[in-house]
Design a protein around this ligand. Structure first.
Ligand SMILES: C[S@@+](CC[C@H](N)C(=O)[O-])C[C@H]1O[C@@H](n2cnc3c(N)ncnc32)[C@H](O)[C@@H]1O
Length: 279
């Protein structure tokens, strides 16, 4: 079968299964099978594909037609212009989180700081920060051992070697160290709302990365309480939060001796991140 025909058949199948990005997804899946860039396959539409590869392509199409996120099938997601390995043990990094990185980098450009990333997942936050803050060091923790393995792989691709450590730990088990910056994109969805998330999220992304408890603030609360003890004076806490959580989170921060430095809105004008310093 030729490349053009494979793309046509693949995109038709995905369209029938109501996948909105059906053409792009078929092209991306085929480029994974052929281990070539999408651009490369699109300028070689007459190339023949052998049967073995077509059957791998069909397997990927089948997964995508069941709403499995394309990032999990491709096993990668671009974040802050670098490709990160992801799988079903890690949340897929989101564009809102990149907004948090932008603001943190404005505050710390050229500085040497120590960073703790709570709920590091694929490691996308801490690795992106350390890729830019060349003199800084960091620790990423996550309750999920399997996510930590992926974060380590991503760090070694970025050649961060001795500047980052990852450990599978709960936030409750961090002591004895103080940081200049604590950053976290915790699970913040209210438990009752998980059923309303789209199929690709609720069926495939790790529940522990989504479920923020009854009011969505379980881990956010713990991060704020813990940060009081492990942040240096004037240290910063940078949090991604859910839609409409800013009022409650601001109160928690102020009640715990933090002063809000910056709130960050997403492309839809919702407040999605907050940066505060410890007085
Ligand atoms: C929303 S995901 C964020 C992943 C990654 N930082 C990102 O932005 O793509 C939240 C992460 O917190 C982790 N997590 C949940 N509860 C935790 C806890 N009590 N202590 C540490 N990590 C936790 C989950 O395993 C998950 O990887």
């Amino acid at each position: 079968m030729k490349t053009l025909e494979a793309i046509k058949i693949g995109s038709k199948l995905l369209k029938e299964k109501k996948i909105s990005s059906y053409i792009l997804d078929a092209e991306l899946l085929l480029s994974k099978v052929l281990n070539k860039s999408r651009e490369e396959i699109l300028i070689n539409l007459d190339n023949k594909i052998d049967k073995k590869k077509i059957s791998i392509f069909e397997g990927y199409l089948h997964r995508r037609s069941k709403n499995e996120p394309i990032a999990y099938i491709l096993e990668e997601k671009e974040f802050w212009s670098k490709k990160f390995k992801v799988n079903r043990d890690t949340l897929i990094p989101r564009p809102e989180t990149e907004l948090l990185i932008d603001e943190i980098l404005k505050l710390y450009k050229g500085k040497k700081i120590s960073i703790l990333d709570i709920g590091t997942g694929s490691g996308c936050i801490i690795i992106s920060l350390l890729n830019y803050l060349k003199q800084s060091t960091g620790t990423g923790i996550d309750i999920s051992k399997k996510a930590i393995l992926i974060a380590r792989e991503n760090a070694s691709k970025s050649k961060l070697y001795n500047r980052v450590k990852f450990s599978s730990k709960k936030i409750e088990n961090i002591f004895n160290k103080k940081f200049d910056l604590i950053v976290s994109n915790p699970p913040y969805i209210e438990r009752k709302d998980i059923k309303n998330l789209s199929e690709d999220i609720k069926r495939y992304e790790p529940r522990v990365a989504l479920d923020g408890g009854n009011d969505g603030l379980d881990l956010i609360r713990k991060v704020i309480y813990k940060s009081k003890y492990i942040l240096k004076i004037k240290g910063m806490l940078a949090l991604e939060i859910g839609n409409e959580q800013i009022k409650k989170v601001s109160k928690l921060l102020i009640d715990n001796n933090f002063c809000i430095r910056k709130i960050i809105k997403d492309y839809k004008n919702n407040v999605r991140c907050v940066i505060a310093y410890f007085k």
